[in-house]
Design a protein around this ligand. Sequence first.
Ligand code: AMP
Length: 282
Amino acid sequence: MQVFHQIKPLKEFLRIQRCNGDNIGFVPTMGALHEGHISLVKQSIAENNITICSIYVNPVQFNDASDLLKYPRTLESDLEKLKIAGCDVVFCPSDNEVYGKLPALRFDFQSLDKVMEGKYREGHFNGVGIVVSKLFNMVNPDKAYFGQKDLQQFIIIKNLVEDLSFDVELICAPIVRENDGLAMSSRNVRLTSEERIEAGLLYKSLQKAKSYLLDGKAVSETISEIKRFLLSSSCIRLDYFEVVESNTLKQVNLISKDIQISLCIAAFVGEVRLIDNIFLHD
Ligand code: AMP
């Protein structure tokens, strides 16, 4: 496994691979890797000649300085996990390497970055758009792998790729979960043991809502029931619970089999903010 810290040698290496006819799969991450990340890496390995994983905690997408500071950084064990998974290349640049100067460019994704995460994390998707565009230009991958876990991020990147004609195929991979259904997240390590147990309620609430909606309960009534259900936990503080059309992220008031619908949740469990989502129809 080759590890690069700088753009120039990385580009040179990938140029040679491309000349040899290899296609390149790319998995961008912020490190603190878990089985969710590794599932993306394994999917890329299965579908490409060369898999590159980037590890970079992008400061520009954090609107909360303490969240950035507390974000777990575990480079050594990340590299070990990637090696075991069979990853070919890792790119872990410094802030200076990625941002010689802070970009003046600002993205506006219209309605897509004004809802859900966008309401609670101002500037977050601008930062995601900037770093993903930079990484795509550095790596120039054939395929890039993202998790359904960050559904809004995936939809925004899909629009970004279309609007700017990036020559990359995007893959949305399923969410890997713990035994109790909690979506794996780098942030889960910050939960206390009591909070870790309570965090399982987020997935339970998504499942509950799904069965209510499939049984014909109205969307508004379902959301009210879920809010009541989550109030039973003393450590959970809900930011939002939304029923949205999966591609536009617009709120849905009437359930129909003809549109793909997602149920999305964001909540603090203690001091840790977690997100999750499921599709209404399998
Ligand atoms: P992050 O390091 O949190 O930015 O995540 C890097 C990529 O891994 C993103 O595309 C995430 O959506 C994806 N990811 C994070 N958690 C999971 C999970 N539990 N299952 C599958 N993919 C995930």
